[in-house]
Design a protein around this ligand. Structure first.
Ligand code: CAA
Length: 377
């Protein structure tokens, strides 16, 4: 792997840094308090060309490689992990179509995204979280249509999207082999947005329930074959998890920088606390953890870009980086003591945000199962 980034990658990283400095950092506290993104922020991302990074060139997108996308998400993660999560939801919703969609489906999905619309990935249900194969939403064939009934929960951008990739079971008796993916428009009769969640962290990202009440979807909007949905979902999550890792690395790095700045300024016993070796030990551990997680994310992306198998590295990148983000943000609060615990300083929010990285897109316990199964069997 070449650790020298290309001129394009350096330019993308710089552009993302400038966007974060101008459009996210000054408003982080306000967005956290209000539990919503600033109006127009998504449009600004779209205008800057960083909302639909996975849309291929043949569908008028940038068709960026995974490593370049990770570099951008690392910068967004430094600004606000919640905003980064919301911006990444279009990629998550696009992967099922990229994995198994027809040309017509790709055109429909990517035209909408290129127009600035948002998409959401709807897999999780009240009783199907880690057990993704346990989806209870049903899809019953009726002529050329499928009739979908069920409830989805914890859907990122659920309330602010126009198009959804929805997983439902078309053959209940077949269990996970009945799972089937569909593209569903928000304005389809019977489709509605339910409760908006009031979250501990990542508060600017919109998280809602979705309700499907006799939603009729034409068979041309079934992604892949009937029963192929579970594998499509797994391949989607393989592709998306390094991005979660990139956001986690950015978040952890931002907490580390905040802790270093504070440690150099804060005087105790007549000296900056950065001069105390117990503080230096914490900082050194944070630096090593962030860099290790970053390397794991870059490796997973590099393997994907080389067309090699990257399922194991994808799970490791997500799991390691999310755990690092949790530990580093917690230690940043510790370095900053009482001030770190106060909302006036940035790190308590980072610590709250980090927790979700260990939970969504597959809990870190699930990642450990994937990792262990990859090497054991
Ligand atoms: N790629 C391709 N195929 C795969 C695969 C992969 N990564 N993983 C599994 N499969 C295939 C297997 O080969 C197997 O195929 P066969 O039946 O043909 O042999 C089939 O899928 C079943 O595999 P398993 O027996 O391993 O499945 P399992 O039931 O034991 O579950 C699991 C596996 C890893 C636990 C899976 O259920 C899982 O990943 N759960 C977590 C779900 C998750 O990440 N949810 C997050 C939702 S999205 C979200 O959070 C986003 C948001 O909005 C915030």
């Amino acid at each position: 792997m070449d650790f020298n980034f290309s001129a394009d990658q350096i330019a993308l990283k710089k552009m993302a840094q400038e966007l974060v400095a101008k459009e996210i950092t000054p408003y982080v506290h306000e967005m956290d308090e209000k539990s919503e993104m600033r109006p127009g922020l998504i449009q600004k991302f779209h205008n800057a060309g960083i909302l639909n990074l996975v849309v291929p060139e043949e569908y008028d997108g940038p068709g960026l490689d995974a490593l370049s996308i990770a570099l951008i998400y690392e910068e967004l993660g430094k600004g606000c992990a919640g905003v980064a999560t919301s911006a990444a939801a279009n990629a998550l919703a696009s992967y099922p179509v990229l994995v198994a969609g027809t040309d017509e489906q790709k055109r429909k999905m990517f035209d909408a995204l290129n127009d600035g619309k948002l998409a959401a990935f709807a897999l999780t249900e009240p009783n199907a979280g880690s057990d993704a194969g346990g989806v209870a939403t049903s899809a019953v064939k009726d002529g050329e249509y499928y009739v979908l009934n069920g409830t989805k929960c914890f859907i990122t951008n659920g309330g602010i999207s126009d198009v959804y990739t929805v997983f439902a079971n078309a053959r209940k008796s077949a269990g996970i082999r009945g799972l089937t993916a569909f593209i569903v428009d928000r304005d389809t009769p019977g489709f509605s947005v339910g409760k908006k969640e009031d979250k501990m962290g990542m508060r600017p990202s919109n998280t809602t329930e979705l309700i499907l009440d006799n939603v009729r979807v034409h068979e041309s909007m079934r992604i892949g074959r009937e029963g192929e949905g579970f594998k499509i979902a797994m391949k989607t999550l393989d592709a998306a998890r390094p991005l979660v890792g990139a956001v986690a690395v950015g978040l952890a790095d931002a907490a580390l920088q905040a802790a270093c700045k504070y440690a150099k300024e804060r005087q105790q016993f007549g000296k900056p606390i950065a001069s105390f070796q117990l503080v230096q030990g914490m900082i050194a551990d944070m630096v090593m953890a962030v860099e290790t997680a970053r390397l794991m994310v870059y490796k997973a992306c590099w393997l994907k870009d080389q067309g090699q198998d990257y399922k194991l590295e994808s799970a490791m990148a997500k799991c390691l980086s999310a755990d690092v983000a949790m530990k580093v943000t917690t230690d940043a609060v510790q370095v900053m003591g009482g001030y770190g615990y106060m909302k006036e300083y940035p790190v308590e929010k980072m610590m709250r945000d980090a927790k979700l990285l260990q939970i969504y897109e597959g809990t870190n316990q699930i990642q450990r199962l994937v990792i262990a199964n990859s090497v054991l069997y």
